[in-house]
Design a protein around this ligand. Sequence first.
Ligand SMILES: Nc1ncnc2c1ncn2[C@@H]1O[C@H](COP(=O)(O)OP(=O)(O)OP(=O)(O)O)[C@@H](O)[C@H]1O
Ligand SMILES: [Mg+2]
Length: 252
Amino acid sequence: MTETVQTGIYGLDEMVGGGFPKNRIILILGGPGAGKTILASQFLYKGIAEFNENAIFVSLDEGKKHFYSEMMNFGWDFQKAEEEGKFGFIDATRLSRVAMLKEKMMSEESHSLRGKQLPIDKLVEQLQEKIKEIDAKRVALDTLASLFYRFLDPIERRTAGVDLIEALSDLNTTTLVTTELEYLSLERKLMDEEFLVHGVIMMQTLFSGGSTVRAMQVEKMRGVSVNSNLVPYTIDRNGLEVYPAMSLFRDK
Ligand SMILES: Nc1ncnc2c1ncn2[C@@H]1O[C@H](COP(=O)(O)OP(=O)(O)OP(=O)(O)O)[C@@H](O)[C@H]1O
Ligand SMILES: [Mg+2]
């Protein structure tokens, strides 16, 4: 039996047979505004607050101040957790797409493959050190999509993705990696990363008759028995909640 880690997110544990597989990588896929950042942060915060598992957030999209203030909207005081030595924030926004646009891809670094890979290797080293320092058990990286803007060549991009996921698998932490989907359809193309990770959860917004509903599906979770129905979830001031009993496509 695979050992699991309770997420602490209402309804989600039930979807994945009790929790995420311990010390494995789960990919969170979704479009803009789907709630990827909230899900990842909630997993970390619940870990700290309810399960005595310290956590690290690796941010490629937003800086620490912005993150802390956004999360206070849900009552999650990451600043306090950091002061208590239970949380670490790694600001990797310099590697993001915006930073790349600023560099205008002119520098030496953005041209050679070694130059592009180096900052990612350094990021992994920094993460390893922080994990040791605070004895972290949970990690979230938000978002992989931001890293890929460094790699215009699909083969380079693939190699970088594989390398990063392999490095993350060696961390002995339960790790969520968020990424974006360019488009969603029932027959979407699988991404390379999906074959490398232990679990894949997809978050999307469905439009029907003028209204919208947020829906989540566990597409894969090795070693645990899952509810693979497309089920609704909501986001409110308490964060994210999932409703496993309310499958959106019923057989009967
Ligand atoms: N208090 C709240 N009540 C209801 N909905 C909220 C609340 N706070 C945030 N949201 C919703 O959460 C979503 C944003 O969540 P989040 O930032 O996690 O998305 P994301 O998938 O990370 O998006 P992005 O691709 O922009 O990074 C928005 O759709 C917003 O409407
Ligand atoms: Mg986000």
